[in-house]
Each structure stands twice: as structure tokens, then as C-alpha cells.
Ligand binder design. Sequence first.
Ligand SMILES: Cc1cc2nc3c(=O)[nH]c(=O)nc-3n(C[C@H](O)[C@H](O)[C@H](O)COP(=O)(O)OP(=O)(O)OC[C@H]3O[C@@H](n4cnc5c(N)ncnc54)[C@H](O)[C@@H]3O)c2cc1C
Length: 441
Amino acid sequence: MDRRHLLSTSGILLAAATPFAWADDKKKPRTKPTPTPTPKPPPVGTAKSRVIVIGGGMAGVTVAKYLRLWGNNISVTLVERNTSYVSNILSSLVLTGQRTMASLTYNYSKLLTAYGVQVVKGDVVEIDPVGVKVKLADGTVLSADRIVMATGIEFDTVPGLGTSNRMPHAWQAGPQTTLLAQQLSAMKPGGTVVLTVPATPYRCPPGPYERACLIGDWLKAKKPGSKLIVLDANADFTAEADNFRAGFKLNNIEYVPNAGVVSVSPGTSSAGLMGITTSDGITRQANVVNMIPRQKAGGLVVKAGLANATGGRFAGVNHLNYVSTVAGAGKVHIIGDSSATTQPKAGHIANQEAKVCADAIVRSFAGLAPDQAPVTNSACYSTITMTQASWLSAVYQYDPVAKAMAISPAGTPPAASKGWDTDNFKDMNTWFNALMADSFA
Ligand SMILES: Cc1cc2nc3c(=O)[nH]c(=O)nc-3n(C[C@H](O)[C@H](O)[C@H](O)COP(=O)(O)OP(=O)(O)OC[C@H]3O[C@@H](n4cnc5c(N)ncnc54)[C@H](O)[C@@H]3O)c2cc1C
């Protein structure tokens, strides 16, 4: 099994099953993604059970949709602070001018019209895990039988950065992505770009390295004589090491491991150099800095006292139903990047966790235990050049002894392509469209 293509999403039996067909890398014809089936959701009017989903990103939208598709008349309210969602996935291509922000933007209209999810625009500022209530910034209080938190991540503050916007992270696609693209475009040839990689766990393990490869290739073409330095807080590449090591060489990227950022000096002049000091005591100067800070669960999770894992950064959950492991929070489920699991923090995994969670909630309302053997998978394409990509994938199966998702077959590393090519780059777009359709369409 070495290539994933197909999102197939109907039916409760697939809730935990890997929703992909696999094809041999070169020999078999590529399998096209099947259109997401849209069975008629149950009517909302006479709903028996109520679920509030907080956060309309990859995890939240998927759990809301599948609760409506699979549930026996469950009322689902999704609360999201923004009116639309910008995909992080493929957002590094905005930096090289290969994608527009508009092409990565999704709205919530189909959730209501096709699935009957009530979408509320609002910022949840407080939750009551015991009373199963959420409070919005405008004072509205909503109550339910279950809360699903899908609030993504927040960033640590960077010493010295203050309120300066000169060192964008662009790690939550939006205005910072546009800003970083502008900064790169405005840089004179011969300039220096620094990209920092935070300590694990962070969202999308291969993401910083694939972004570096993309920028490195773009610099060669558009800004001759420029230099890209990657300062990694980790001891080595945290994913796809062989491909990235070769990709960095190809794209003339200087890689510095064990170089966590301890402070920065963004300066004041818009054209001036910026300083980045790392744990090795060295300060480097750069014209453009993509400063990706260390990450933790979305603020609401931390505020609610549910970030009880990974040194208080992420939320401990039962991997069978994604219920919080904090005492008294048995009606709160936490999925996606906010949760601490043995799976990578990735949009594909967020989609999978959402389905396992939706299935467990449906079963629970029917008085049943969650599926005791969930299976999830993760897939990721990485741009090594502006036209070529590699891939990485893994299947996870519940290990009842460890009470956690474990890679399957046990003891194997995630499967990865040997090298990269243009076919993978095309498949990346096919995979992306299928994943986004499964969540937003
Ligand atoms: C550059 C980049 C490339 C990536 N590439 C890939 C890839 O190739 N493959 C892959 O699988 N993953 C990839 N990822 C990772 C992926 O984007 C994340 O893992 C995924 O978005 C996590 O989904 P989530 O639902 O947990 O969080 P998000 O998608 O961030 O959604 C969280 C939502 O919650 C909302 N929210 C938060 N708090 C509140 C509140 N209090 N009230 C109301 N709303 C709230 C936010 O507005 C947001 O819409 C990439 C990430 C980046 C940055």
C-alpha cells in the first residue's frame, strides 16, 4: 500500500475505517475520488439530542456534517468566529504565487442547506463542561447534551516580537499568509530569508520543510543570489527526513538543527534587517523571517482547564470517542489539532477523528459503547519544488493495551515516496479537492 487517493464517506461502518483506495505508485491507473454522497439528513424540528460544535475548521465541519448524516435526528449547532474558512493545506503555494487565497476559501452554506446544521457566527468565550453550556462573546448562552471542541491551535508569544507584524507565521492561513507573500515578493535579489521550525508537537509535521523547499525553489528562479536558512528547534527533520534532506540540498537551503528561537528583534524600519537569536547563542540577520512559533491547543481548551496533556499544551482524550480525560468533562469531546493523540496534527487526521467522534456520539445517544477498534489514516503530499511533490501516509489502529492509536502494522514507519515527481504534484490537488469536499460540500 503506497498511495492514497479516494475519499469514500458514506455509512456508519466507515466511521472509523480508512476511507481510501490505494493504488500502486506507477503501475495501476489512478483512482478518481468519488463524489461525496449526500443522503437526506434527518429533519431538525423534532430533534431529540443536541450537540454544539465549537470551531468550523477541518475537524469541526466534518463532525457537524457526519453527526447530521449518521445521527437519528440529532440537532447540531456549529459556532465559528469567522464567516468563512481558509485552508491551511496548500496555503504555502500562495507564497510562490501559485494559489490565491480565494481558491482556498470555503463557506458554511452547504452545512445548513444540505445537512441541516445550524451555523452560528460567534466567538465562544467560556464553556461549562458539567452543565454542558457554552457562552458567546455577545452573551448568548447555548446548551446541549454534548459539546465538541474543534478549536485548532494558538501560538506561544515570541520574546522580543511584541506587536510587530514583521515576522509572520502564516501558519493559520489568512492575512499573515498574504503578508508573508508580499514580503517575499518585495525582497531584493541576494536577500536572506529565515524560516523557523517550532518544537514538536506542532500542526502539520512536514509543513515547514515543504514550505522551505517551495520557497527555496522560488528564490532560485525569482530572487537570484538569495539565501534561505531553516532554524529547527528539533534535532532533525520531524517527517520524511530522506526526501527533505535531498530537497534542501537541491534547493540550496541551509539547515540548522537544534536551533530553537529564544528571542527576536524585528526592528522598526520596514526595510531593515531583522535579528533571530537561537538556543546556540547565535544571532542571524534576515530580510524576511517566517517565524513559526511553538503551538498549543486553541485558547478555549486551555481556559476551560482541559489542556491536561503534553505539558499542559494539548487536551488529553479517550481515543475511542475523543472525550476529554479531565474528571467531570465526560460530555466534552475534543478533536483535531487541539487534542493530544498519537496521530499527527493534520487536516486529514482531523477529518478522521471527526468521523470516529461522530460515530461514538451517535452510538452513545443510542445507549451503545463506542467502536472498540477504530482505524484512521493520514496522508500528506509535500512540495519539494514548485512543480513536484513527495508523499507520506500512515494507517493507525486502536491499541487496547496502550489505549492509544498506534501505527499499523505495528513497528513500521509511515510510508513515504522515494523521491518526488510531477505526478504526485497533480495527485496532491486531487487529494486536496476530495478532502475538502468531504468536509465542506
Ligand atoms: C502551511 C500548512 C500546510 C498544511 N498542510 C497540510 C497537509 O498537506 N495535509 C494535512 O492533512 N494537514 C495539513 N496542515 C494541517 C491542517 O491545516 C490542520 O491540522 C487542520 O487545519 C486542523 O484542523 P482543526 O479543525 O483542528 O483546526 P482549524 O482547521 O484551524 O480550525 C479551527 C477553527 O476553530 C475556530 N475557533 C477557534 N476557537 C474558537 C472559538 N473560541 N469560538 C469560535 N470559533 C473558534 C477557528 O476560527 C477555526 O476556524 C497544514 C497546515 C499548515 C499551516
